[in-house]
Design a protein around this ligand. Structure first.
Ligand SMILES: [Zn+2]
Length: 299
């Protein structure tokens, strides 16, 4: 083969290869590439919430549970059922909130921790529902009737008079004299909440009660904390409840919210409108407004 023929053949070969390359690109045929390893997807960690623990137990030995969601620095505490079976709907609301956050953990911002104590007075709740733990409306024999004795713990003490704010051995509930225990925190249920609060130092606390259709601020000796008024307004506005800066319907001593005020923690009392319903949408809006107000993460 002559040198000239070799050059022509080489030229034809190059032209043919170039043509094939152009054609393959036009046809969208993938050009050969070194195989790339498939990117390994990092699996989303399965939500481990709620973390459930026990903060103490009742006079009759029933566990008082707390259900925690999130791991942020700001800790918001929600408490139902301090008045046991007399206000069972406040516990049922707390359980609904626990269910909601279990299914929707993303609504808890990264800088927030939410703790829910569904029933601070499980012995009183059990007088109506048969259990101090999880229950539903079918466990309430007659939702239209209220059982006054189920408000107290097994020692006959109104737990929301047993805290260390202006404590006296007897206090009032509407027109009634009620026992407030033998000393502040004489009752194991109140002591359990005291210890939990001192361990976790919440940024704010909301107590669910029934029924007055209002959100009440709290105070002890030094007036209402400004942050408490904000907390009250946010919950009341979003939940369409009345807002009452100062409870003066009748004198109260030893209430949990007042004790929290005395140690600088904003706390409000949410009194549901009824004693039979959980008023879910209103309280979901109220709680979410509070959560948003404590989060610095923009929505
Ligand atoms: Zn109550």
């Amino acid at each position: 083969m002559s040198k000239r023929t070799t050059i022509i053949l080489l030229g034809l070969l190059i032209a043919a290869l170039a043509g094939a390359l152009v054609l393959s690109q036009q046809l969208g045929t993938p050009t050969a590439k070194a195989p790339q390893p498939e990117p390994v997807a990092t699996p989303e960690p399965e939500p481990t919430w709620p973390e459930v623990s026990t903060i103490g137990s009742s006079v009759e030995g029933r566990e008082i549970s707390v259900h925690q969601f999130g791991a942020g620095d700001k800790h918001l505490l929600f408490v139902g059922g301090i008045h046991g079976g007399y206000e069972w709907n406040s516990s049922l609301l707390a359980w609904q909130f626990i269910d909601y956050l279990t299914v929707n953990p993303d609504v808890v911002p990264d800088d927030i921790t939410i703790s829910i104590i569904p029933t601070l007075n499980p012995d009183g709740l059990a007088l109506v529902t048969g259990t101090g733990g999880r229950f539903d409306i079918r466990d309430v024999p007659d939702p239209s009737t209220r059982v006054a004795a189920a408000r107290m713990n097994t020692n006959g003490v109104d737990l929301n008079r047993n805290f260390d704010c202006k404590w006296e051995p007897e206090s009032t509930w509407r027109g009634n004299i009620v026992s407030a225990g033998t000393a502040p925190f004489s009752e194991p249920e109140a002591a359990a909440l005291r210890d939990y609060v001192s361990d976790t130092n919440p940024s704010a606390a909301v107590f669910w009660h029934s029924q007055a259709n209002n959100v009440y601020a709290s105070e002890c000796e030094d007036g209402v904390l400004p942050a408490t008024l904000t907390l009250m307004e946010n919950y009341a506005t979003a939940g369409d409840y009345g807002a009452v800066p100062s409870f003066d319907a009748y004198p109260i001593t030893g209430d949990a919210e007042g004790w929290l005020a005395s140690i600088g923690i904003p706390a409000v009392t949410v009194e549901l409108e009824s004693f039979q319903d959980i008023e879910w949408e209103r309280n979901l809006h109220g709680t979410m407004a509070v959560i948003d107000s404590y989060s610095n993460i923009a929505k």
